[in-house]
Design a protein around this ligand. Sequence first.
Ligand code: IMP
Ligand code: MG
Length: 179
Amino acid sequence: MSLYDDLEAILLDADAIQAEVRRLGERISKDFADRHPHLIGVLKGSSVFLSDLIRTLTVPVTVDYIWISPYETPTPSGVVRIRKDLDDPIEGRDVIVVEGIIDTGLTLSYLLRNFRTRNPASLKVCAFVNKRAQRIIDLSVDYVGREIPDKFVVGYGLDYRQRYRNLPVLGVLKPSALD
Ligand code: IMP
Ligand code: MG
């Protein structure tokens, strides 16, 4: 029994992932030359991506994390609970919010509104993958690894019921594994 047995398809293998991460890292390092960006990882899905991304950056960075969960409602509402707030203020900082995946956009749009009130010098978004088909809220995402189809994906930090985060690939979960 392997974690891979539950995958219907592999969208990105480990080499393809590392190539995407390097490409993003080069763009960010270039855009932030002479600056010290402050990366904010959105837990838990961004953790693997963020760990790889920061090691491709050639500019000095600082890192913080935020953890939020949606309130349980029948439909996605964009109302969230902060389970772990930022450790440090972001006033005057060049902030890059790092997300594993953007789906409806509700999570990120909440975070961007929240972070803007804390007066960063600049606020950018970097997402490993983007599922545009489900987007409810129009968002501008500054750095995107890959656009992916409207499928439930796992691996490289992304979970289904807290599982599969440790898969080194990004895969589509079989419908039979979605119980
Ligand atoms: P949102 O819909 O853009 O607010 O995304 C909310 C969160 O749902 C993301 O941060 C992920 O944690 C999770 N999510 C959305 N789509 C997927 C998926 O395909 N696989 C795993 N997690 C997902
Ligand atoms: Mg999740």
